[in-house]
Design a protein around this ligand. Structure first.
Ligand SMILES: Nc1ncnc2c1ncn2[C@@H]1O[C@H](COP(=O)(O)OP(=O)(O)OP(=O)(O)O)[C@@H](O)[C@H]1O
Ligand SMILES: [Mg+2]
Length: 330
């Protein structure tokens, strides 16, 4: 198997927060004391494994507080793991050697607000030792790409939230990176803006780049990702190709029938998860999975009912997300 673009094994981050707990020297001195109530441990990431192959668009999903940003900060070497580790483009997490081929959009980017877009991108380009000519060409192209041409004469401090997000995405691409890590790239964007970012990610994939991004906007993930991980409370609860997650064997099957009398409806209904009236003279029986279909159709024949249609229902990512979060909370 080829070298992964990104991989982590048993990655853990526990924060010590509160009075005393956060200060390493004090923590050493007070080891063994009962500091309950004045210091607290937050297990933000509780042992996760991830592997992203080159060329994949990988969605990192999870509700607020799941540990996505903490994981991404560990990937980028901004937060030191409590234990575990991994590689980015073949280098250990945090190694400078990976930086040149890496693009990163932080969750709450801090930008030099007095700069205008082209100056800003030029500055970032200079951090990658690009020539003045390369920087100019790349900055011009990116300003167009993220839809900020109209704002080239405005300093970033006058940008709307969505415009800041756009310039952030442009900044992450200035060095033509092979791996792009984006923390909530669609947040703060209107539907047009979200589509623009999706298109950019799609183009990156076409160009053979690897994209790893976090989101809780499920439709965006569903539209563009090859593979997803769903994280809740510091753990990855589900992981795999999007097609497999969506097409899992537990998908429901809806059977529409012609009219049957109430007694037959009750008997058939006992074989289904739910029964609904589906328009005039029609009933909809929601069956748990493919395996339930044959038995149901036999029962329908016995009852003398008429079959109208059988439709497998792909689970939406949203259903999986909610189920996963609920299972994790149970
Ligand atoms: N520096 C820190 N000190 C203490 N606790 C922290 C720190 N950073 C994050 N946490 C805690 O770790 C947990 C995970 O936070 P994180 O920001 O990684 O979540 P997230 O999945 O990115 O959420 P969101 O979708 O809201 O961005 C939260 O409970 C958070 O309060
Ligand atoms: Mg976050």
């Amino acid at each position: 198997m080829s070298e992964p673009a990104l991989s982590v094994t048993n990655l853990v981050k526990t924060f010590e927060v509160g009075f005393l707990g956060a200060v390493p020297g004090v923590r050493r001195l007070t080891r063994g004391w009962n500091l309950k109530g004045i210091s607290q441990r937050v297990e933000a990431v509780r042992g996760i494994d991830l592997r992203v192959e080159p060329g994949q668009v990988y969605g990192f999903l999870g509700p607020n507080g799941a540990g996505k940003t903490t994981t991404i900060k560990m990937l980028m070497g901004l937060v030191h793991p409590t234990s575990g580790g991994g590689t980015l483009l073949g280098h250990p997490l945090g190694a400078r050697a990976a930086r040149a081929r890496l693009g990163f959009l932080p969750e709450t980017p801090y930008f030099y607000e007095y700069l205008k877009p082209l100056e800003f991108l030029d500055f970032y380009g200079s951090l990658f030792r690009m020539t003045a000519r390369e920087r100019r060409q790349r900055a011009e192209a990116l300003v167009d790409r993220v839809g900020l041409r109209h704002a080239v004469n405005r300093p970033i401090r006058k940008f709307s939230k969505g415009m800041v997000q756009r310039i952030g995405v442009a900044q992450a691409l200035i060095n033509d990176p092979d791996l792009v890590v984006l923390d909530e790239p669609m947040s703060g964007l209107d539907p047009m803006g979200r589509k623009d970012v999706r298109d950019i990610i799609y183009e990156l994939r076409q160009a053979g780049k690897t994209v790893f991004f976090s989101s809780h906007i499920l439709q965006d993930v569903e539209l563009i990702c090859d593979r997803v991980a769903i994280m809740t409370s510091g753990k990855v609860r589900a992981e795999g190709p999007l097609s497999e997650l969506l097409d899992s064997p537990t998908r429901n099957v809806e059977v529409i029938t012609g009219p049957v009398d109430d007694a037959a409806k009750a008997r058939l209904g006992a074989l289904a998860l739910a029964v609904q009236v589906a328009g005039a003279d029609r009933l909809s029986f929601m069956l748990a999975d493919d395996a339930a279909v044959a038995g149901f159709l036999e029962a329908l024949r016995v009852e003398g009912g008429r079959l109208v249609s059988v439709t497998p229902h792909r689970r939406s990512l949203e259903e999986i997300f909610v189920e996963t979060a609920r299972e994790a909370a149970a």
